[in-house]
Design a protein around this ligand. Structure first.
Ligand SMILES: Nc1ncnc2c1ncn2[C@@H]1O[C@H](COP(=O)(O)OP(=O)(O)OP(=O)(O)O)[C@@H](O)[C@H]1O
Length: 319
């Protein structure tokens, strides 16, 4: 499966993918995915971000074979999911939000069972290696019900890896997981990536996506509103804020600075927001000094992914 000669350029290719959930009971019809087209390059760590209900899980569940698409096409590792349902699914490992584990099995038994399900020959199984990698080797013979929530989540990652898939999809794998465990999970995900696995993840932790992902797609109301390399996405917001702590407290923004986008913050700092493509910090500082403001300290604040995210997802859904 990971044979480099057969490796496609794109781990995932999706064209005009649509999902309409039919009305049922009191729930009206829901157009959850609207003509999504997306190519995820082999070897990337790709982030899928979006607010609650944007359609991320629907997208992933279609790839995983858990939800039927309404129309459009999807290929996993070059294999069309309609034409090659089994093979295409064998090319991905999916870690879902839910924890699905039989409480009376041990982690070791669960991985062996999964490996059997995927038809991995005994000689090629790596159950202990995988459990060690996710830090569960010392729990390999414990009952799953004896594991903590974080350990169970790591077990879900381990389960998705038994068939050595070239593409690993992680749907909110760190939701509700403590900081230390999140770090160790991501270290392992990075290692997998270094060894050639394509990683696709959804997360609500924007700083996590910013740090990990080389490209990010933002989904909103079932549509892709941005899909770019992470640095390019971050550079979309062409502004910075210069925050000056004045030597002497200011009661108001000096008149000569009134034309700038400036405010006095509760902390007493003078904050001036400027377009980086139009204004240099040097010129701003000259203006501040000329206004008679003594500069005690200064920092600049750059927008982060959260700002980009909010600016792209704050529109209400079109009727
Ligand atoms: N089985 C279903 N039947 C009807 N509507 C559904 C079903 N599953 C999801 N939806 C609706 O489709 C939309 C997209 O849901 P989805 O779970 O894909 O969003 P999401 O981006 O994964 O959200 P979250 O971040 O909260 O997990 C939502 O409005 C949801 O209510």
């Amino acid at each position: 499966m990971t044979d480099a000669t057969a490796a496609p350029d794109y781990a995932i290719e999706v064209n005009n993918l649509q999902k309409i959930y039919r009305a049922s009971g009191k729930m009206p019809e829901k157009h959850a995915l609207k003509n999504i087209s997306l190519n995820i390059p082999r070897g990337s760590i790709f982030g899928l971000l979006g607010p609650n209900g944007a359609g991320k899980s629907t997208f992933i569940n279609i790839l995983a074979g858990l939800v039927n698409k309404t129309s459009g096409t999807a290929r996993i590792w070059g294999l069309d999911i309609d034409q090659h349902p089994r093979q295409s699914r064998a090319a991905i490992g999916v870690v879902n939000q839910e924890i699905v584990a039989d409480p009376f099995f041990t982690p070791m038994e669960m991985l062996e069972l999964m490996a059997g399900f995927y038809g991995v020959p005994k000689s090629e199984r790596r159950s202990l290696e995988i459990l060690t990698a996710v830090g569960l080797d010392d729990k390999k013979d414990a009952y799953v019900r004896q594991l903590s929530g974080g350990m169970k989540r790591r077990l879900m990652v381990a389960k998705a890896l038994v068939h050595n898939p070239p593409v690993l999809i992680l749907d909110e794998p760190t939701a509700g997981v403590d900081v230390e465990l999140r770090r160790s999970l991501w270290t392992y995900v990075r290692e997998l990536h270094d060894r050639g696995t394509t990683i696709i993840l959804t997360t609500h932790y924007l700083e996590e996506a910013e740090e990990l992902c080389d490209s990010i797609a933002i989904v909103n109301h079932g549509e892709i509103v941005a899909c770019e390399p992470t640095p390019k996405l971050l550079s979309r917001l062409d502004y910075k804020t210069l925050v000056i702590t004045p030597k002497e407290a200011l009661t108001a923004v000096p008149d000569s600075l009134a034309g700038l986008d400036s405010v006095i913050r509760d902390t007493g700092a003078l904050a001036i927001t400027f377009r980086t493509s139009e204004t240099g910090i040097g010129r701003l500082l000259e203006q501040v000094r000329a206004a008679g403001v003594g500069i005690g300290d200064l920092v600049t604040e750059a927008p982060d992914l959260e700002d980009v995210f909010l600016s792209l997802t704050s529109e209400p859904e079109a009727a």
